[in-house]
Write a protein that binds this ligand. Structure first.
Ligand SMILES: C[C@](O)(CO)[C@H](O)COP(=O)(O)OP(=O)(O)OC[C@H]1O[C@@H](n2ccc(N)nc2=O)[C@H](O)[C@@H]1O
Ligand SMILES: Nc1ncnc2c1ncn2[C@@H]1O[C@H](COP(=O)(O)OP(=O)(O)OP(=O)(O)O)[C@@H](O)[C@H]1O
Length: 279
């Protein structure tokens, strides 16, 4: 059985306060995008010699952590603690860039929970699956439904985007990921939290032409200071005709939203991951 975990972008991201557990409360609109990994599971033969109930083969882009630390394997074990699960082989084809703010690892974890729920007929239900997912990462819960959502808390309190919230249907999205690594933890430590004057949820309901002036990702200021080349990529996306451009999450991926297909834009970002998709 195979599923295709998708990536996300953040339409606005405000870091509102620091919590006693060290995490931060935020406000953001999560928007799923058609950029995918592939995740497959197969039953392990009863006679197959394995010291783990869930092994993992990663192909495509390398993931810089041990097999048993991969969020896909952690997702298996978190469910196996509460449900009787057969042993499985897992294959993850990694296409979504890591350390990008695109939620790739979080998505793999959430889609693994969904996959196990379906394969083993666990009937867990979405609210409970979201609770399991949230134990694996702050923005994992969103990927259980993977529908546009306004999020608060540490990214785990989700409110479905009703009506026109950030509806980008028919627009083109260009995602650029330079070879710059940003640690999410370090990014949060560079922020002075504050409540925004206007909620990103309200701004994304306005015409997209107003977003450039009003919709803010709080990580941009400190991260652009550390990596000025990221600000230059954002500017280039505007120069190429983007109606809105921003960094996603804590970076280092940037995205531009276009009304018309930005043909040939890949040439502008030579040597970087650059993909154009229709929303
Ligand atoms: C930046 C975003 O991509 C925005 O969507 C997410 O908030 C990141 O979420 P994530 O990658 O799922 O984050 P986790 O893997 O749970 O946390 C990594 C580290 O980021 C910090 N962290 C994360 C989320 C949050 N709301 N506050 C935090 O302070 C914590 O130091 C944590 O140890
Ligand atoms: N399945 C996975 N895919 C990618 N990274 C994983 C996975 N499992 C664990 N990791 C670890 O998580 C780290 C962050 O990866 P991820 O792709 O989630 O980055 P991100 O873009 O920072 O995501 P986010 O938007 O959630 O902050 C990786 O460097 C890797 O060590």
């Amino acid at each position: 059985m195979i599923v295709f975990p998708c990536a996300k972008i953040n339409l606005g991201l405000n870091i509102v306060s620091k919590r006693e557990d060290g995490y931060h409360n935020l406000e953001t609109v999560f928007y799923p995008i058609p950029l995918y990994d592939a995740l497959e599971i197969k039953y392990m033969d009863e006679k197959f010699p394995s010291d783990t109930a869930c092994d993992l083969k990663v192909t495509g882009n390398a993931v810089d952590c041990d097999e048993q630390k991969n969020l896909v394997v952690k997702a298996y074990h978190i469910l196996a603690a509460d449900y009787q699960l057969q042993r499985i082989h897992t294959h993850l084809y990694k296409h979504i860039p890591s350390q990008a703010g695109l939620g790739g690892g979080s998505s793999d974890a959430a889609f693994m929970i969904r996959l196990l729920d379906e394969r083993f007929r666990l009937n867990i239900g979405n609210p409970e699956m979201e609770r399991y997912a949230a134990r694996l990462g702050a923005d994992c819960a969103f990927f259980i439904e993977a529908e546009p959502a306004y999020a608060e808390g540490i990214g785990d309190v989700l409110m479905p985007a009703d009506g026109p919230d950030g509806n980008l249907h028919g627009y083109y999205l260009c995602v650029v990921k330079p070879d710059v690594a940003v640690s999410t933890k370090e990014a949060y430590s560079a922020i002075t939290p504050k409540k925004p004057a206007k909620s990103c949820r309200d701004i994304v309901r306005q015409p997209i032409e107003t977003w450039k002036e009003e919709l803010v990702n709080d990580f941009e200021e400190p991260i652009f200071k550390m990596h000025p080349e990221l600000a230059a990529i954002k500017q280039k996306l505007y120069d190429q005709g983007a109606v809105y451009a921003s960094m996603s999450g804590s970076g280092s991926a940037l995205y531009g939203i276009f009304k018309e297909e930005p043909k040939g834009i890949e040439e502008q970002f030579d040597g970087m991951f650059c993909e154009v998709m229709k929303l």
